[in-house]
Design a protein around this ligand. Structure first.
Ligand code: IMP
Ligand code: MG
Length: 179
């Protein structure tokens, strides 16, 4: 396992997820919204969020998209490729995009544009983590779990080269193990 230190414990995450669900239950203009998770990192957060929402009488439907930046050249241009699109029609729907972490912002912007083009009735974004110091474009998430500094995060769905996703807490990679 990669050397890491805990930033947010299971307990802290659970209570923050409940707070987000509270806020969302008040804001969502439908008790049957569509939550779109961005694979792979968001799957743990999304799983907890939908159950927290269900306790608030909001029962989301769920779909997933998979997107990726392609190659070093796209780091600057922000070109994003969609590997897996939506199975459901979002036209006229109340949609919440759910991602693990907002970094440069390219991923969320591309997905937002893609979904917006299909005419949802309402579209907002919710990210577990926000790394504002890394932002390359002017974009904010509507709902944010925690702000984190510019360190590589693993745990609670987030990985580094496939490692660390199953950790039940949010942790920062220790500098010694960074390339
Ligand atoms: P963006 O397009 O730069 O905002 O990239 C966001 C995506 O990069 C996230 O959905 C994550 O999959 C990944 N990512 C960015 N920072 C981290 C991190 O610290 N740990 C794990 N994944 C990260
Ligand atoms: Mg991701």
């Amino acid at each position: 396992m990669l050397r890491h230190r805990v930033l947010y414990s299971e307990k802290e995450i659970a209570s923050r997820v409940l707070e987000l669900a509270d806020q969302l239950a008040r804001d969502l203009p439908s008790a049957r919204p569509l939550l779109i998770g961005l694979l792979t990192g968001s799957f743990v957060f999304l799983a907890d969020l939908v159950r927290a929402l269900a306790r608030k009488q909001v029962e989301p439907r769920v779909d997933f998209m998979a997107v990726a930046h392609y190659g070093a050249a796209t780091e600057s241009t922000g070109a994003v490729q969609i590997h897996k699109g939506l199975a459901v029609n979002v036209a006229g729907e109340v949609v919440l995009l759910v991602d693990d972490i907002l970094d440069s912002g390219f991923t969320l912007r591309a997905v937002k544009d893609f979904v917006q083009a299909q005419g949802p009735a309402w579209l907002r974004s919710c990210v577990l983590l926000d790394k504002p110091s890394r932002r390359a474009i002017d974009l904010q998430a509507d709902y944010v779990g925690f702000q984190v500094p510019d360190v590589w995060i693993i745990g609670y769905g987030l990985d580094k080269g496939g490692e660390g996703r199953a950790l039940p807490y949010i942790a920062a990679i220790e500098p010694e193990t960074q390339e």
